[in-house]
Design a protein around this ligand. Sequence first.
Ligand code: IPM
Ligand code: MN
Length: 352
Amino acid sequence: MSNAYKIAVIPGDGTGPEVIREGLKVLDAASEKFGFKYETKTFDFSGARYLKTGKLVDDSDVNELKKYAAIYLGAVGDPNVKPGIIETGVLLKLRFALDQYINLCPVKLYSSDYCPLKEKLPEDIDFVVVRENSEGLYKGMGEFKDKGTKDEVAIQISYNTRKGVERCLRYAFEFTRKRNRKKKLTLCGKTNVLTYAWDLWQRTFNEIAKDYPDVTTDYAHVDATTMWFVKNPEWFDVIVTDNMFGDIITDLGAMIQGGMGIAAGGNINPQGVSMFEPIGGSAPKYTGQSIINPLAAICAGSMMLDTLGEPKAAKAIEDAVIKIVRTKLKSLAAGKMGYSTEQVGNLVVENL
Ligand code: IPM
Ligand code: MN
């Protein structure tokens, strides 16, 4: 199996294992149909493991994961662990240590039945957010002064390097060109208030734009961007933004494409190991009931195959998802699909 893709699987917590199981089922069917080989190894990084052993992700884990072609992640997070520990110790640790400096979130409406916006059609909602995934406010820089006193000051720094901003913007320009739709790239920022960080972003954007005369450039403040997502999502093709703004606008993006049940994302290191995940989290309240929608995980699997170099299989999975979303499912929400988690996975396989 030397030509097999080595995939590291992290099912994680809550509904993560349930959705990953369906994702792997679809991957298996796609490999037979499209004739590619893969092998998986499961890693138990999770909130549950942390509660049992105190272990998060350490440098030796990272070195092990570097041997893989991709990582397929369900969700990590356990309500019994204080917020911040699993997020920084597992998810952000992997993103940073593997230098997955892009977070790619396609926002695509598969059926207007599931869009909360009135009168929007699938052709109106079809854009991609390129989120910087290694810097900004996520860098974890800052300090307390006089903690616990009336004079306390808490400082959280947005850290933006020219190199970090530039590699993200170049990726976004290349991506826009390759996507070849409207060929329009919108920089989403806050140049009117965050006058250091966004000055750097805007200057770098303008400079790089000169290398891409075929790409139309645009700028929108982040607050206005959220307004356009609701009012005129059809204006967007590719949006590039920093880590914090990207985190916020991609949840709104997920909602206008039909909700967390369908939204997938990729943490990309273009030269290294990328990690694909449904963006909805571990959804503890739905765990173990087979009611969670596995389509986001299945779509993340499709993104993974595209990145690995299997675009035909990736497209076939997406087409099967579109088909069942349009003709079978009653809803994309957990418990309302008209099918169990497992049955939705089976439907995708049957329509491949
Ligand atoms: C996401 C998530 C993470 C983030 C959390 C879980 C740390 O919301 O992938 O968007 O903020 O990046
Ligand atoms: Mn988020």
